[in-house]
Design a protein around this ligand. Structure first.
Ligand code: ADP
Ligand code: MG
Ligand code: MG
Length: 267
């Protein structure tokens, strides 16, 4: 089946090694939770997968496996090619350009992903078609259509950014989605809605195949509707333990002391 395979990944930021040999395989249709203390390298893994220029891969591989087994080297692709290949991690305060509305941002991003042949300056997805799809998706996600008129850069609160992230995922329909602390800054009701929305988008049957989802979280609420098939614990830039949903529950209840004590070399 289609998969995103990460093997012995080493990543440095500004010359400093952050990831020290990460192995992880995410198949379509699976949900994985990635947990670990602050600064352990969770976001670094996401950024490296997406091809963020500040994250230098010094060793190892990131590979997309197609349904027929064909392998594509992700490290050879630039970030926009990775998005077209079906990889997704939401923007975090994306643009230096002021005055971009969420709808405009989504129309550009959607066009980029769906129309790989498009050159800079060529047509975007037709407005009517885009608007209809956006409206449908916002309805499904119980969002007010007015929300899409807001400015991305200075018009959205932290919680609204997180909702925008879920809308972005719904529009782009990636094969593999990385959700980096999508629950941070959300109140209890909002996390519940986010959890439900992610499950609906990720597990959609019919036209769209299921996604592989990597959920980076410190909480267990987002996992309520997205029971992880696997939970990985990252410590000091390495995955030191992998378990099932019960591991996420344990860490949420008891913290990382046990894991740290079991892996003193990583901690
Ligand atoms: P996590 O998401 O698990 O909290 P990060 O991946 O953000 O951890 O960070 C891991 C380590 O890498 C930290 O020590 C952090 O300071 C460092 N780091 C990550 N991104 C950068 C960056 N852009 N510039 C400098 N240091 C960074
Ligand atoms: Mg190594
Ligand atoms: Mg992080």
């Amino acid at each position: 089946s289609e998969a995103l395979r990460i093997q012995n990944l080493h990543v440095s930021v500004e010359g400093k090694p952050i990831l020290n040999g990460v192995n992880l395989e995410l198949k379509r249709g699976e949900t994985h939770a990635l947990m670990g203390p602050n600064g352990s390298g969770k976001s670094t893994l996401g950024n490296a997968i997406m091809g963020h220029p500040n994250y230098e891969v010094t060793e190892g591989s990131i590979t997309l496996i197609a349904a027929d087994g064909a392998e594509t080297d992700v490290l050879e692709m630039d970030p926009s090619e990775r998005a077209r290949a079906g990889l997704f991690m939401a923007f975090q305060r994306p643009m230096s350009v002021p005055g971009v509305k969420l709808a405009d941002f989504l129309r550009h991003a959607t066009t980029n992903v769906r129309n790989p042949e498009r050159k800079e300056g060529e047509d975007l997805i037709p407005m009517r078609e885009f608007r209809k799809e956006l409206k449908d998706k916002m309805g499904q996600l119980k969002m007010d259509v007015e929300f899409a008129r807001r400015y991305v850069n200075d018009g959205l609160s932290g919680g609204e950014m997180k909702r925008a992230e879920i809308l972005q995922m719904a529009m782009l329909k990636p094969k593999f989605a990385i959700l980096d602390e999508t629950d941070s800054g959300l109140d209890v009701d909002a996390v519940k809605l986010a959890s439900q929305s992610i499950a609906e988008i990720g597990q959609a049957e019919g036209g769209d195949a299921k996604m592989g989802i990597l959920i980076i979280t410190h909480h267990d609420k987002l996992l309520d509707q997205n029971t992880p098939d696997y939970t990985h614990v990252i410590l000091g830039g390495r995955i030191v333990e992998t378990g099932g949903a019960e591991l996420a529950r344990e860490l949420h209840t008891s913290g990382y002391d046990r894991v740290r004590a079991a892996h003193p070399d990583a901690a």
